[in-house]
Design a protein around this ligand. Structure first.
Ligand code: THG
Length: 946
């Protein structure tokens, strides 16, 4: 209570390093350590006086909180020193030592606190180095000892495996229940210089996984100094509405004469922490490795009685994988849950399961992600096989080899629990219902809570599956009340599934089932706005032949989305964009869905249509019969890349590779842009087209002659953090690299630190930031602010659909000292690069940039300069997330591309150089183009659509 009151009043200061201080004491290996070298925890038993003295030093300089000497105090760590049996005692003693020191300096106005430190341990559960249950047992022992010794809070710190952090959290909660006490739990993770936790988790994914536990605070410690933490603290502050803690190292250590030397001076640490307090609203600050009482004295002085700065967190209900967060509400799409990793839903999956072809299953999962699935539904229930064993085998592979969060689809509580124990991210559980009254809920909801998951809630009750909208809504209300009130699940973690049935049986009573579901979707959306609405889409069409199913599923999906559907379990590859469905079929599907009998039986008509449909689809000329131009362009528009090489080979017989790109492929992309602009093509299909384009260009590149000459210059391209859209960026890549420049394409979701690291590494001349989402414009702003603070002035080009010239030039330009350019489409990047190398870069306003802006960045930062790391075990092979790393595109001069793109640049996510201060003909050409009313219309529509 006193702790919470104190936190209400002001920022609290945590102590500094313990480990490095203990090393400095040079204690006796035999007497003090009892031959347990590297086990500082034993000193709680043998040298309580020395530990108390270290605490007192921190309290005397004004720290509010000391943390116990128990970083390695979990029993699985103490086992390595033969101290496992004394786990409780070691931790209890440590807490008592802390309390003795704290009480001595406490006053009523300034109480001091003891946090029980719980460290990362020596084993990574996400890599299978320790079983989850064993991990829990170990941390439970430690936490019980700390609580018995009277700590004011439990501080789970230096987490580098998010699954370990979850384990420590669960164990701590259990310990609280066992000791019958209530103290807050705080969690602090370690983000490496790579920008993620050791196992690959970024801060947003970490917040997503930890958030459901509602700890007193989430924070960062160790790994790096405060500087490297900035972007992560900022992201944390945006996403996490609770309190924030920060205790960094005293900078990145340098090895001087064989010893780690932490370079950050006390005032520098204090200054950085004060910024976290003022700007990001941090509530608890202190130091980690390399910080001393002198550092903390400076921190106390700098922070004084400050209160945390204002916060404006925008929490987003999400799920996560080991690697990344996925929002349950998608800005430009619905949450796509891949249906194929399901033994009931895919013959291929069943076959792989039967053969125990685990790699094949990983392959299937990745295919679904490539197709656009955000989340994967996983079900291993298959008669004659052990569902639990299979789930374990599948999940333990997918967790490290697929980037998407998982939806655990099972009716068996033990299977669900086993899966949840394996995943460091935040899963969704599929599903709960009220079929047996509360029985199922009582088994599954506690698991959802315990493992911090989201949950799918089916509208089924004691009377069976709800068929009318009224019943669906009524059951949804009951499910929501129970889940939130009885089990403490947050409404924002619930996805209602109003279950659709097939409307294709021909039974009179089934015909309106789809309609009732649509009605229920709308009423659930309106009635329970914090929750989400999901459907297993393919159910609607059971009984029909595959071509008819695809059409009905696609049309029904569109109708359901209009009514408020936010998520669907689907096979993305089987969804047709409605613009590609012949009008007659789409209309027949609508009549079927709405049970429109005005022109006869809609089901009969629909089925009838597809008897001929095969003929109807057939007349579409076969690829072989089409002129090569049309065949290839069709491939691009339809986003069909498999086997496209054969077509390209055919085209290569008569054309240069460059001309194939210019004259055929880009023509296809132009059509895609037009379809998208007019709303006839949805984003996921645009992405497939872009993917096909990329694939084709990569193939053609192998036939192009090397330019031979040196690169004309280098640009780093990236889609900003939190954004996955990269069509525009990839087009810039194609165009710029084909004009003799080196392009370092970092891919999507890039934090600014990674972008700057690439800029330094490659000595790039410019940076291009891209992003489609509205929130990406904010991220770009933050990035520029950070670059400015770091004194960087490399030319930056911003591109993306949500940007406007006004925003870039009027709002952002004043924030950044270097040249800042608004790129409207693909050739803007090329313009900038050309101007850069000619030293003629000009912004459209403000004074012209000085000549020779090809300032090469000075290489600095980790690696190569003797920097060393903190003393955490690093001899571990982290799982490799299947990301694409940096790619350097070969340099090929393709002059024509530029001119060609110039003509066809209608595509809205392409970039275009700001036509304002360009000279001569280029200027006029661009202005002309801008003035084209057609173009303006398309743009306006795009912005409105956003
Ligand atoms: N709601 C919730 N969960 C669900 C469903 C739901 N989980 C399972 C199911 N329904 C959703 N998953 C699928 C998966 C596949 C198919 C339908 C639903 C499907 N498969 C084809 C078939 O069976 O004909 C393809 C078979 C193959 O490829 O071999 O239709 O509603 N919460």
């Amino acid at each position: 209570m006193a702790l919470l009151e104190a936190l209400e009043r002001r920022v609290l200061i945590l102590d500094g390093a313990m480990g490095t201080r203990i090393h400095a004491l040079e204690l006796d290996l035999e007497r003090d350590y009892q031959h347990r070298e590297n086990c500082p925890e034993v000193l709680n038993l043998t040298r309580p006086d020395a530990i108390e003295e270290l605490h007192r030093e921190y309290l005397e300089v004004g720290c509010d909180i000391v943390s116990t000497n128990t970083l390695g105090g979990a029993s699985h760590v103490l086992r390595e020193f033969d101290l496992e049996d004394r786990t409780r005692e070691v931790n209890r003693r440590a807490a008592e030592i802390g309390q003795t020191a704290a009480r001595a300096l406490s006053t009523p106005e300034r109480p001091r606190f003891v946090f029980g430190s719980i460290g990362p341990g020596t084993k990574l559960p996400s890599l299978g180095q320790i079983e989850f249950e064993a991990l829990l047992a170990s941390y439970r022992e430690q936490a019980i000892g700390l609580l018995e010794g009277g700590v004011d809070a439990l501080l789970i710190e230096t987490c580098y495996d998010i699954l370990q952090a979850k384990g420590a959290l669960i164990a701590s909660q259990e310990a609280l229940a066992e000791v019958r006490t209530r103290v807050p739990i705080l969690v602090s993770v370690t983000i490496e210089t790579t920008g993620t936790m050791l196992v690959g988790t970024d801060i947003e994914a970490a917040v997503t996984a930890l958030g459901p536990y509602e700890p007193l605070s989430i924070g960062l410690n160790c790994g790096t100094g405060p500087h490297e933490m900035r972007t992560h603290i900022h992201a944390l502050s945006e996403l996490w509405p609770g309190r924030i803690s920060v205790h960094p190292n005293a900078g990145l250590p340098l090895v001087v004469e064989g010893r780690a030397h932490y370079p950050l001076r006390p005032e520098e640490l204090a200054q950085a922490l004060r910024e976290f307090v003022d700007r990001e609203g941090a509530s608890i600050v202190g130091g980690c490795c390399g910080t001393t009482p002198e550092h903390l004295r400076a921190v106390v002085e700098a922070i004084g009685d400050r209160v945390p700065g204002p916060r404006s967190a925008r929490p987003e209900p999400s799920v996560s994988s080991l690697f990344q967060r996925v929002a349950l509400r998608q800005e430009t799409s619905f949450l796509i849950v891949g249906e194929r990793t399901n033994a009931n839903g895919s013959r291929r999956f069943r076959g792989l399961l039967a053969k125990e072809d685990w790699d094949g299953i990983v392959q299937m999962a990745r295919e679904q992600i490539r197709e656009g699935s955000h989340v994967l539904d996983v079900c291993t229930a298959y008669v004659g096989r052990d569902e639990l064993r299979d789930m374990e085998a599948v999940i333990s592979r997918l967790r490290g080899q697929a980037t998407a969060p998982l939806m655990i689809d099972s009716t068996e509580p033990p299977v669900i629990e086993r899966a949840l124990q394996l995943v460091g991210g935040k899963c969704a559980v599929n599903s709960i219902n009220l079929e047996d009254g509360l029985d199922r809920m009582d088994q599954i909801c506690p698991l959802v809570r315990r493992y911090g998951a989201a949950v799918v809630a089916l509208t089924i009750d004691e009377q069976g599956m709800a068929k009318t909208a009224d019943r669906k809504v009524e059951i949804a209300r009951r499910l929501l009340e129970l889940a939130t009130e009885r089990y403490g699940i947050r409404a924002s973690d619930i996805l209602f599934d109003p279950l659709t049935f097939t409307i294709c049986t021909g039974n009179e009573e089934d015909r309106r089932l789809g309609l009732e579901t649509l009605e229920a979707i709308e009423r659930i959306r309106d009635g329970f706005p914090e929750s989400h609405v999901l459907l297993g889409l393919s159910n609607i069409s059971f009984g029909l032949k595959p071509p008819a199913r695809r059409v009905l599923n696609s049309v029904y999906l569109q109708e359901a989305r209009k009514r408020g559907l936010t998520a669907a379990i689907v096979h993305v590859g089987g969804i047709l964009p409605v613009h590609r469905i012949p009008e007659e079929q789409a209309k027949a599907a609508l009549r079927l869905i709405y049970d429109d009998r005005s022109s006869g039986d809609p089901l009969l008509q629909f089925v009838e249509l597809f008897r001929d449909a095969e003929a109807l689809v057939r007349p579409r000329p076969a690829e072989e019969d089409l002129p090569i131009e049309e065949a290839l362009a069709r491939r691009i528009v339809e986003g069909e890349k498999s086997g496209i090489e054969k077509l390209l080979d055919r085209a290569l017989e008569t054309r240069e590779p460059v001309r194939i790109i210019n004259e055929i492929l880009l023509e296809g992309m132009k059509t895609v842009g037009e379809l998208f602009g007019s709303g006839e093509m949805q984003l996921p299909f645009v992405l497939q087209s872009a993917e096909t384009m990329k694939h084709a260009v990569a193939y053609l590149e192998s036939f192009m002659e090397d330019a031979g000459g040196p690169s004309k210059g280098t640009i780093v391209l990236a889609t900003v953090k939190g954004d996955v859209h990269d069509i525009g960026k990839n087009l810039v890549d194609i165009i710029v690299s084909n004009n003799g420049y080196t392009v370092v394409n970092l891919g999507i979701r890039q934090p600014i630190d990674a972008i700057l690291a690439a800029w330094r590494e490659h000595g790039a001349d410019a940076i291009g930031l891209s992003g489609l989402l509205v929130k990406s414009t904010q991220v770009m702003r933050d990035n520029l602010v950070q670059m400015e603070e770091e004194g960087i002035d490399v030319p930056v080009i911003l591109g993306g659909a949500a940007l406007t010239r006004r925003y870039v030039e009027q709002d952002l330009r004043p924030l950044y000292g270097g040249p800042l350019l608004y790129g409207k489409d693909a050739f803007a990047g090329l313009h900038v690069m050309n101007q850069l190398v000619e030293g003629e870069l000009e912004e459209s306003t403000g004074p012209p940039a000085p000549r020779a802006p090809r300032r090469r960045p000075v290489s600095k930062g980790p690696g190569g300069d003797g920097t060393a790391r903190s003393d955490v075990e690093r001899n571990i092979e982290p799982p490799k997330p299947p990301f694409w790393g940096a790619r350097v595109v070969e340099e090929i001069p393709v002059r024509e591309v530029y001119a060609y793109i110039n003509e066809t640049a209608l595509f809205r996510t392409q970039w275009q150089f700001r036509p304002g201060k360009l000279k001569g003909p280029e200027y006029r050409k661009l202005v002309d183009e801008e003035a084209r009313p057609e173009r303006a219309r398309v743009e306006r529509e795009c912005i409105e659509q956003e």
